[in-house]
Design a protein around this ligand. Structure first.
Ligand code: CMX
Length: 456
């Protein structure tokens, strides 16, 4: 079977030719107007980024190389032991090459990543050991990733002048695969830092898939937990692994303009290596309007539950939501900068819970999450401000992790960070394949914008 690199090599010439043709023949074609509202409004609607792996349709949500989540669930192979969801490794292949991997290809990528990820560099271990145990887990992740820049093949070979521009992608790919492969150990290390004085909670295995390793190292699988703190039944452990596969499989990418993806791409455009680029993306993912929203939702659900007498009392829930809105706060987990319908990623997470009614029948938080999905859109519509009153993915994800025992709310975003590595790093490889230049948009000051109004 072809390796990922070989499969990539097969598709590169066609894409390079297509870009060359676009630049040579259609370079002056207009993509769209840029308005003052866009310049002052977070660049909304401004079509000015190149991004290959995913595209976001306001009505239908995310598509991965043209495939919806449902199509990915039907077509991408699951090469793990037990499970009803495709593996993120299969998604990585799809993003990188544009094609659905065969079972064999997906299995070999799974194995390749498991081997690449078996050890963290000793200096990264040392850096992580030295961090205060109560340091924000996303800061720990960003530091851990940035420290790995010391071993970057791209940075080393670039500095030595060993590689030409057209070959940059090869070391970028190597670094990106090593980075992605290292995430189970990094994540496990951070979780053990914040919950177990840095002592391991589980073991790494080259025989299992990426998500099973993440779950083992979080101490969430039976038999791998050296501290014996795993309170899950075998079925729950398996469900948790499948939740991890689902979650990390569908959070990989959300087009290029979101903060974590855009940051990675921007920093990478300066030819910073993948470790530095993605470490910067992680810093953006840590923001409450982006990746941290899942944690805000959990806090919100717990607090709401302690303030209402019953989930069945719709009016009480509505009153509670209005109190939030009237105090000028947002309802976390609702709204989106681009989407204008319920987020299909939310629907997939909701279905995970709906398929396991007995597991969740006594979890008031998960029940409230489901109830809110009916009530909050009505309230937000009446409120009339949000352009999208529907749930986004963060509505459901954190509370499901919480249910299985991940109670450190700030840690959820680290799991998001594991997944999100795949999309932006894929793009970084393609940025190098296509020789994209450093990003340098033109900025305007207030007087410059005012001058434009006089001209029009
Ligand atoms: N609750 C209350 N008000 C909301 C709202 C919500 N959930 N979503 C949007 N609004 C408000 C905005 O704050 C804005 O108000 P102002 O005009 O007073 O500033 C107004 O509605 C218009 O906003 P918008 O154009 O609909 O949304 P934006 O593109 O500006 O922002 C987002 C998008 C996600 C930041 C926003 O909907 C929000 O804050 N949601 C809650 C936080 C959240 O769930 N974030 C996770 C996003 C998912 C992701 O990034 O992956």
């Amino acid at each position: 079977a072809l390796t990922l690199k070989e499969a990539l090599e097969n598709v590169i010439p066609k894409k390079r030719d297509a870009v060359k043709k676009l630049k040579a023949c259609y370079g002056s074609t207009f993509v769209g107007p840029i308005t003052i509202s866009s310049v002052l409004g977070g660049m909304r609607g401004n079509q000015s980024m190149f991004w290959q792996g995913t595209s976001l349709d306001p009505e239908h949500g995310i598509k991965f190389q043209g495939l919806t989540i449902e199509e990915c669930q039907n077509r991408l192979p699951n090469t793990g032991i037990d499970g009803d969801n495709f593996l993120p490794e299969s998604m990585l292949w799809l993003l990188m090459t544009g094609g659905v991997p065969t079972f064999q290809q997906a299995a070999s990528l799974r194995k390749e990543l498991a081997i690449r990820g078996r050890k963290l560099p000793h200096y990264t271990e040392k850096v992580l050991s030295s961090l205060p145990k109560d340091m924000h887990p996303m800061t720990q992740l960003a530091i851990g990733l940035a420290s790995m820049n010391k071993g970057s093949l791209f940075a080393t070979n670039y500095q030595k002048g060993l590689i030409g521009k057209m070959e940059f992608w090869k070391d970028t790919l190597e670094d990106s695969l090593n980075l992605i492969a290292s995430l189970p150990l990094l994540t496990g290390r951070i979780y053990s830092n914040i919950t177990n004085e840095g002592h391991p909670l589980g073991q790494y295995s080259e025989e299992v898939d990426w998500c099973t390793n993440i779950c083992s190292l979080l101490g969430m699988t039976n038999g791998t937990n050296s501290s014996n703190t795993c309170n899950l039944t075998s079925q729950q452990s398996l469900d948790f692994i499948n939740l991890m596969r689902l979650y990390t499989g569908i959070h990989v990418d959300h087009e290029g303009g979101n903060v974590s993806a855009h940051t990675t791409h921007l920093v990478g455009s300066a030819l910073s290596d993948p470790y530095l680029s993605y470490s910067s993306g992680i810093m953006g993912l840590a923001g409450p309007l982006h990746g941290l929203a899942a944690q805000e939702v959990v806090r919100f659900l717990i607090e709401m539950n302690s303030n209402i007498s019953s989930i069945a009392r719709e009016q009480e829930i509505k009153d509670y939501l209005w109190k939030i809105l009237n105090s000028n706060r947002v309802i976390p987990g609702y709204g989106h900068a681009v989407l204008r319908k319920p987020d299909p990623r939310f629907t997939a997470m909701l279905e995970f819970a709906q398929k396991r009614p007995i597991e969740f029948e006594n979890d008031r938080n998960v029940l409230l999450m489901q109830k809110l999905a009916e009530i909050a859109p009505k309230v937000l519509l009446e409120h009339g401000k949000s352009k999208n009153p529907f749930p986004n993915v963060d509505s459901a994800s954190g509370i499901l992790f919480y249910h299985y025992g991940i109670r450190e709310l700030l840690f959820f975003t680290v799991i998001f960070g594991c997944s999100r590595a795949m999309g932006p790093l894929t793009q970084l490889v393609w940025d190098r394949i296509l020789g994209l230049p450093i990003e340098r948009p033109k900025s305007l000051n207030l007087e410059g914008l005012e001058a434009l109004t006089k001209a029009s």
